[in-house]
Design a binder for this molecule. Structure first.
Ligand SMILES: [Zn+2]
Length: 111
């Protein structure tokens, strides 16, 4: 499962950054454009860390809204018709993703 693989990468990063300290919580940013279901991710995380050195560490998921920048009219809009990415102001398909593709470990809470 996709979310299980993601949980494993998060755990790897958390272990590296914790440097042996006990981890209470891991906070991650997940862009809206990522094909990630936060509930599923949290479930996978709980299964993955159970009985490991990260047992009990909570996973906090921040959803980052998608924002598109239009190269045609310059507007910044939020896509309403995902996964179709067009400008919300002029409907041009020539847009760049300003945010929404994040997937990163933002913070760790350690003892
Ligand atoms: Zn536009």
């Amino acid at each position: 499962m996709h979310e299980m693989a993601l949980s494993r990468s998060i755990a790897d990063i958390a272990r590296r950054r914790a440097e042996g300290r006990a981890v209470r919580a891991v906070e991650i940013d997940v862009g809206e454009l990522r094909q990630v279901v936060p509930d599923t991710l949290r479930r996978c995380w709980t299964l993955l860390v159970r009985g490991s050195d990260l047992d009990g560490a909570a996973l906090r998921v921040n959803r980052i809204p998608a924002v598109l920048g239009c190269r045609a009219c310059g507007a910044r809009t939020t896509p309403t018709d995902l996964p179709i990415l067009v400008c919300g102001a002029c409907a041009a398909p020539d847009v760049e993703v300003v945010s929404g593709e994040e997937f990163l470990v933002r913070a760790l809470e350690v003892d």
